[in-house]
Design a protein around this ligand. Structure first.
Ligand SMILES: CC(C)(COP(=O)(O)OP(=O)(O)OC[C@H]1O[C@@H](n2cnc3c(N)ncnc32)[C@H](O)[C@@H]1OP(=O)(O)O)[C@@H](O)C(=O)NCCC(=O)NCCS
Length: 156
């Protein structure tokens, strides 16, 4: 795949997603709802899901983590972690634009989220990953995550 070459230091901006206008949240919701499609051909996004997602982003508070990454003027990554109570934080989403993958951006987003969770005093950080998502599974394992529960699927 041909990669777009960017100077990471001068052209990326880190934005708190909680300060973003609805139009930008809409773009994030569309991308977010399509992430499982990369790993599950049966996944079907629909408009309702986008609207629900936007509402969900708008309910995030200072107790949650919502980091958005811009490459020049485009959204090229985001990471959301929410407070679920009981000292557990849950990674709701992490994404990097395919044109900017393998440049270390995913790792930076992950690192910022991990530091936020530690500094916020959570005891555990949970995440769910499809088994076919080799890269994300590898990233989690490299960061010390251990398998805690499994979701099984029977094809009928
Ligand atoms: C997962 C994702 C965020 C990684 O973003 P990225 O910017 O490409 O990641 P990085 O360049 O920072 O690489 C991070 C790690 O990914 C792994 N990685 C990178 N390229 C890889 C490849 N071709 N195959 C497997 N693992 C790879 C490595 O572990 C790397 O760590 P290292 O640098 O110590 O070797 C990105 O691939 C993505 O958005 N995927 C689709 C969305 C998704 O799966 N989200 C998670 C849902 S649970």
């Amino acid at each position: 795949m041909k990669r777009k070459v960017i100077n990471l230091n001068s052209k990326i901006r880190w934005i708190d997603g909680k300060s973003l206008p609805s139009e930008e949240l809409k773009k994030i919701a569309q991308i977010d709802n399509n992430i499982p499609k990369e790993f599950d051909p049966h996944w079907k996004p629909n408009k309702d899901k986008n609207d629900r997602r936007i509402k969900y982003y708008k309910k995030l508070t200072d107790k949650d983590f919502f980091q958005v990454l811009y490459c020049e003027s485009e959204i090229c990554g985001f990471h959301i972690i929410r407070d679920t109570g009981n000292s557990i934080a849950y990674i709701s989403t992490l994404w990097v634009d395919p044109r900017f993958r393998n440049l270390g951006l995913g790792k930076k987003l992950k690192e910022k989220g991990l530091n936020w969770a530690k500094d916020s005093g959570f005891k555990f950080l949970h995440t769910s990953v499809q088994s076919k998502n080799v890269r994300m599974n590898e990233i989690n394992q490299k960061n010390g995550f251990e398998i805690f529960s499994s979701t099984y699927r029977l094809t009928l």
